[in-house]
Design a binder for this molecule. Structure first.
Ligand code: ASP
Ligand code: MG
Length: 818
């Protein structure tokens, strides 16, 4: 996730230890539970780590629970045999399933010795040796993974964190940074990948300590701070942080980027993935920029992770809902002044109030708090409570959210509402448990279904510029575009990408000033990790090369709005492959402007087909240029003179033979036939090239000089038509009768009153016959080119896409949380 290099390539990294920043990868218990899990971990390490990175591990599966239960059994004098046997069976099964015979034998021997030590501690004093006992889980896990890495990918060693990590005080687990940092430097070995135990450490006297249950995440961020690591990835069994616990709220959505302050607040208020202490070391990182934290799934490496760090405005808009049951509201007269300050420092209650002498603590803290207050002879009353909170950057200052939060709770008893000190949460204290129903209701009201959509625009020519000029107005006016953010502009050579969103009003100017060279590989790489729920790419380029990237866009689940005709009129195999890819990943592919600019002809066909109608014929004038030429041509002046006038007015392509070749019309007919549900390729469409062979091979200049060579043919055609009271037009025709498909584009003779013969010059006309429109066809007619109508057509596609995306449900796969 943070690195894409493989270990084999990266021996050099060790030689440049100083130059390469360190990344920390932490694997949780469930990611290390079975041989299959460990195989996955090895492949993740192989793909994402460098030699000087640090791997941090929890105990395998539920080993810590088992060790703890052994300790409890020993304390109460109960028999240990069954649990010891289970422990032994689990560890040896892992060792023998993964390692070669020699290594397995060695590790099994070491495990036997540990087991003897464990039995001795349990017999001697299970309370005193608690941390030594629990530490075994992480030791076994680190030893096994390191041996496995040694066998499979590179030299590796494991490190017992008690050899370097020193805490000042086991109660709040504050790290002695200078001492630990110096120790760690001494412990690290060159040319080998380190696997370090999470969860465990020592005090100044050298006694084993733990960082509290689930403390390995905290270990990972401590190491990040000691080593000024750039990234910490927590590989776990969920693929990120959600807007509510997705096991309880199925409509919860993934938060792609979470500001540090908000993540801290979520951890404090009960998010099951972010533990309270985990984020502490990151913000005050020793020297340099703070590390970014990634929460990723080791079970689904492809899934986008959540990144926690410092971000701009868009990430700050994210909202989520969290809750905590099993809380106690404590009232005690002694909770004033210094006493309160001390208690707050020690217990970090979620709420404290000097005036009323009240605190809210976890039920599990009750005994310790009672003991602490008993010294003062104080009486306390305790009531069970729960809390539900809306969390987001400075959310307490947003009156609309406050209103929605209160409205969602209006039928529930609430003891009080309060804000966190930094204003990143609004909290309601409830005298009853927070139920799943309530959580869903509040989530629905607060988070709505806001899905953030990123927008990249490729092609900044005439139409692209107009599209961007219209964008700010559209974004502010159209509800479906509420969460659309322009994040990138791309021309054929340069790109400007800003994950936090470009300023839409000055995007083009900013592009001119700041865009930098890019390669397609870099663009794809960025799109692979973009931090949005959905990403739409608007392709307004005329580039065939760019259209070849569509397959990769679709593989990444990116939606494409294309004005670009190449992909939609590509060879049958390529076209079907693209359609399949888009279908597989749920990508939308809209291209209303590939034919007839903004005219809704693609939509009309799509709609008829989708409603069960069958198309039998499509015909008309599909080229604005050819429409203009033949509406004006009256044989008064030679055709070539008219052609040069059109060229001068920008009505033709710079080389008018591109229009006269009919190829563009042929492609458009193919696109429409496909939209009407027919399987066709370009070769199936006869195409009359209006340029005689003798003029086809010339350069543009030479062609223009010899353009009079066109005149005789058109004069003759015109006169022939005239004699029959007819006229000439360049017509596209597709028909399907009794399974027989005919398609072609050519110059035709039409009666002067024919619908195709009476267009405003430049207009297109599309005539559709179907089972429902048989005798009296459906006709769509209007400008088939132009800045405003084409840019408008693209905006129409954008709104259509966003309407669909906003309603899309997110699939959440969960395996429990660890
Ligand atoms: N193994 C320890 C526990 O289960 C630490 C951890 O998993 O983070 O609590
Ligand atoms: Mg754990």
């Amino acid at each position: 996730m943070t690195q894409t290099n493989t270990l084999e390539q990266l021996d050099f990294a060790q030689n440049n230890l100083e130059k390469h920043s360190v990344n920390i990868h932490k694997f949780g218990g469930s990611s290390l539970a079975t041989p299959e899990c460990l195989e996955r971990v090895v492949s993740i390490i192989c793909r994402h780590c460098q030699l000087n990175d640090i791997i941090v591990v929890s105990a395998n599966g539920k080993t810590t629970d088992l060790l703890l239960s052994l300790q409890q059994l020993a304390l109460s004098g109960e028999p240990l045999d069954t649990s010891l046997a289970l422990l032994s069976e689990q560890q040896t099964a892992l060792i023998y399933a993964l390692l070669n015979a020699e290594n397995a034998g060695r590790l099994a021997g070491e495990f036997e010795q540990d087991l003897n030590r464990l039995v001795a501690w349990l017999a001697e004093d299970p309370a005193v040796f608690e941390s030594d006992i629990l530490a075994l889980g992480e030791i076994w896990s680190a030893r096994l993974l390191s041996a496995l890495l040694n066998e499979r990918i590179c030299a590796s060693y494991y490190l017992d964190a008690r050899d370097f990590l020193v805490i000042d005080n086991p109660r709040d687990c504050r790290v002695d940074n200078p001492v630990s940092k110096a120790n760690l430097q001494n412990c690290r070995r060159g040319q080998k990948l380190a696997v370090i135990t999470g969860f465990i450490c020592k005090d100044h006297a050298g006694n084993s300590c733990t960082l509290g249950r689930n403390g390995s995440d905290y270990s990972a961020t401590i190491f990040a701070s000691l080593l000024s690591a750039k990234n910490v990835t927590l590989w776990t069994d969920v693929d990120g942080i959600y807007s509510a616990d997705p096991r309880v709220v199925p409509s919860a959505r993934k938060l792609h980027r979470l500001p540090n302050a908000v993540a801290r607040e979520l951890g404090r208020l009960g998010n099951p993935v972010l533990h309270k202490k985990t984020l502490q070391p990151l913000t005050g990182s020793i020297g340099g920029a703070a590390s970014h934290l990634h929460v990723a799934s080791s079970f689904d490496v492809q899934a986008a992770a959540t990144e926690i760090g410092e971000f701009g405005q868009i990430a700050r808009q994210e909202l989520s809902v969290t809750h905590l049951n099993d809380l106690l509201l404590v009232t005690c007269e002694a909770l004033q002044g210094d006493v309160l300050a001390d208690i707050v420092a020690e217990f970090s209650p979620v709420y404290s109030d000097q005036k009323s002498g009240q605190l809210v603590i976890l039920a599990s803290q009750q005994k310790a708090l009672t003991d602490a207050l008993a010294v003062l002879g104080a009486q306390l009353t305790v009531t069970p409570v729960s809390l539900i909170a809306a969390v987001g950057y400075q959310v307490a200052l947003r009156l609309d959210i406050y209103g929605r939060f209160k409205r969602a709770l209006k039928n529930d008893r609430v003891l009080r509402f309060f804000n966190s000190e930094e204003q990143h949460s609004i909290i309601a204290l409830l005298p009853q448990e927070t139920t799943p129903e309530l959580l869903n209701k509040v989530h629905h009201e607060i988070v709505k279904d806001a899905r953030h959509i990123g927008l990249v625009v490729a092609g900044l020519g005439n139409i692209g510029q107009r599209f961007l000029e219209l964008l700010p107005g559209q974004l502010s006016r159209i509800p479906a575009l509420e969460n659309v953010h322009l994040v990138g502009l791309v021309s054929s050579k340069k790109a400007l990408i800003q994950p936090d969103g470009l300023e839409v009003n000055s995007a083009l100017a900013d592009f001119s000033a700041q865009a930098t060279d890019y390669t397609n590989g870099e663009l794809l790489d960025w799109l692979k990790h973009h931090p949005y729920d959905e990403m739409i790419l608007v392709d307004i380029t005329p580039s065939e090369a760019f259209s070849r990237l569509y397959g990769e866009f679709f593989d990444l689940g990116i939606h494409v709005i294309g004005a670009n005709k190449w992909a939609a009129s590509a060879g049958t195999d390529i076209y079907h492959e693209l359609k399949n890819k888009a279908g597989k990943s749920g990508s939308l592919w809209l291209g209303n402007t590939t034919v007839g600019a903004g005219l809704p002809v693609n939509y009309a066909l799509d709609d008829l087909l989708g409603s069960g109608d069958q198309i039998t014929e499509i015909s008309g004038v599909f080229s604005g240029t050819l429409s203009w030429l033949f509406e004006h041509y009256d044989a008064q002046k030679p055709f070539s003179v008219l052609l040069k006038e059109a060229l001068a007015q920008g009505i033709t392509e710079p080389d008018p033979r591109e229009d006269l070749s009919g190829r563009d019309v042929q492609r458009k007919l193919l696109i429409l036939a496909r939209a009407a549900g027919f399987e066709l390729s370009l070769e199936d469409i006869n195409c009359q090239n209006l340029v005689p062979e003798s003029l086809q091979e010339l350069g543009t200049e030479a062609f223009l000089q010899q353009a009079a060579g066109l005149d005789a043919y058109f004069l003759q055609q015109y006169q022939q038509a005239n004699e029959k009271n007819a006229c000439i037009r360049y017509i596209a025709r597709f028909s399907s009768q009794q399974g027989k498909v005919k398609a072609g584009v050519s110059l035709e003779l039409l009666a002067v009153e024919h619908a195709f013969a009476n267009l405003t010059p430049c207009d297109n006309i599309f005539q559709i016959k179907s089972h429902w429109y048989q005798d009296n066809p459906l006709i769509i007619r209007g400008p088939g080119a132009g800045r405003d109508v084409t840019a408008g057509g693209l905006h129409s596609d954008l709104v259509t896409a966003c309407r669909q995306l906003v309603n899309k449900q997110h699939q959440v796969t969960l395996k429990g949380i660890n």
